[in-house]
Design a protein around this ligand. Structure first.
Ligand code: NAD
Ligand code: TYD
Length: 357
């Protein structure tokens, strides 16, 4: 099966994964229009997209996925035949201190986007249609020492973030089951790479090490995450969008499990070399802190279905990916400084007028 989109609506394209996806998709698909709808929360940064913002097949619109009228207008005017839905509140720690916005954006926002997409698809103005929900392995809950999440693993989300993503995934399933809407759902492990907001573990470590700040390790540091380079995720999304059967669910993972403390030590050691510090100096910044409430112990993805059905496999080794990522942060200190100071939020005003959300 092959689906060739001619006009895609990307939501949340100014965030970490969405912007990396747009970078690769816009270049590889010059005949496809890409409309990026993002309301520019603290995590949305148009500076992630400066190098492609003048491409003829790319345009940005500031707006909320929960604005039904706006979504309907974009779908109709752009003759959208695929929605690739990244927009979300994405940080577990924030979902613990303020869950409401997670339900509002991730659940209600997704439902509104689904409903407008359904009307648009059923109106028959486009010949074919896909709605691709970008989700997370966190919807499956937590693993013990062995085993992997498959697409058949029951949803058992533990944090308000993952619960809101699971709610959205179930709505996507419901729109396929109830209306026959051609939906797709991917569930990916932890991503790393350029343009990652430094509240998440890997960019936070790099940023804090450069600035000789404490490296907070939650609990005993033995929680395990399965890390995937964001470019591998972007490639998998494109494969699923173009070749997966409507209604399908695919796990995406790097087969690359790391204990948090081992990642922390690795990043410390790589940066000792890069920053000309003595061996072991950065590890002295590590501080074990109170554990995150409900902290999932282990995530591990079985991505066999994606490999067998659609032929996708990660291209990056972790050694290459983490090295390149560290070098990217070192070479883009201005980006990091703007993000940490919040000044990137003024960029929207100078480029597009009006105020950032
Ligand atoms: P991010 O927080 O970096 O970006 C989210 C983007 O969504 C931001 O640009 C933000 O402005 C936008 N947004 C938020 N609310 C919006 C709204 N109401 N309307 C329009 N735009 C809105 O997140 P990310 O890390 O790039 O994650 C993208 C998607 O991938 C999310 O759905 C997340 O659940 C999923 N995911 C992330 C990871 C990961 O490791 N980061 C792993 C698996 C899945
Ligand atoms: P994070 O990047 O927040 O991703 P997620 O919670 O979605 O997996 O965290 C990755 C792991 O690192 C997770 O087990 C929590 C841990 N962690 C720390 O130990 N210290 C930190 O400062 C952060 C942000 C995360």
């Amino acid at each position: 099966m092959s689906f060739v989109p001619s006009s895609i609506l990307v939501t949340g394209g100014a965030g970490f994964i969405g912007s990396n996806f747009i970078h690769s998709f816009v270049a590889a698909n010059p005949a496809c229009r890409i409309t990026n709808l993002d309301c520019l929360t603290y995590a949305g940064n148009l500076k992630n997209l400066t190098s492609i913002e003048n491409r003829p097949n790319y345009s940005f619109l500031k707006g909320d996925i929960a604005d039904a009228q706006l979504v309907a207008k974009i779908l109709a005017e752009q003759q959208v035949d695929a929605v690739v839905h990244f927009a979300a509140e994405s940080h577990v720690d924030r979902s613990i201190t303020g869950p409401e916005i997670f339900v509002r954006t991730n659940v209600l926002g997704t439902q509104i986007l689904l409903e407008e997409s359904r009307k648009h698809w059923q109106s028959g103005v486009v010949a074919d249609f896909r709605f691709l929900q970008i989700s997370t392995d966190e919807v499956y809950g937590s693993l013990g020492d062995t085993g992997f999440f498959t697409e058949e693993t029951p949803l058992a989300a533990n944090s308000p973030y993952s619960a809101s993503k699971a709610g959205a995934d179930l709505l996507v399933r419901a729109y396929h089951e109830t209306f026959g809407m051609p939906t797709l759902n991917t569930r990916c492990s932890n991503n790393y790479g350029p343009y990652h907001f430094p509240e998440k573990l890997i960019p936070l470590l790099i940023h804090n090490i450069i600035n000789k700040k404490t490296l907070p390790v939650y609990g005993d540091g033995l929680n395990i995450r399965d890390w995937l380079h964001v470019n591998d995720h972007a490639a998998a999304i494109e494969v699923v969008l173009k070749t997966a059967a409507p209604g399908s669910v695919y796990n995406i993972g790097g087969n690359n499990e790391w204990k948090n403390i081992d990642i922390v030590n690795l990043v410390c050691d790589l940066l000792d070399g890069r920053l000309g510090r003595e061996a072991g100096e950065n590890r002295r910044l590590i501080s074990f802190v109170k554990d995150r409430p409900g902290h999932d112990r282990r995530y591990a993805i079985d991505a066999t279905r994606l490999k067998n059905d659609l032929g996708w496999e990660p291209a990056y080794t972790f050694e290459q990916g983490i090295s390149e990522t560290i070098d990217w942060y070192l070479a883009n200190q201005e980006w990091v400084a703007e993000v940490t100071s919040g000044s990137y939020r003024e960029y929207y005003q100078t480029q597009y007028g009006g105020g950032a959300a």
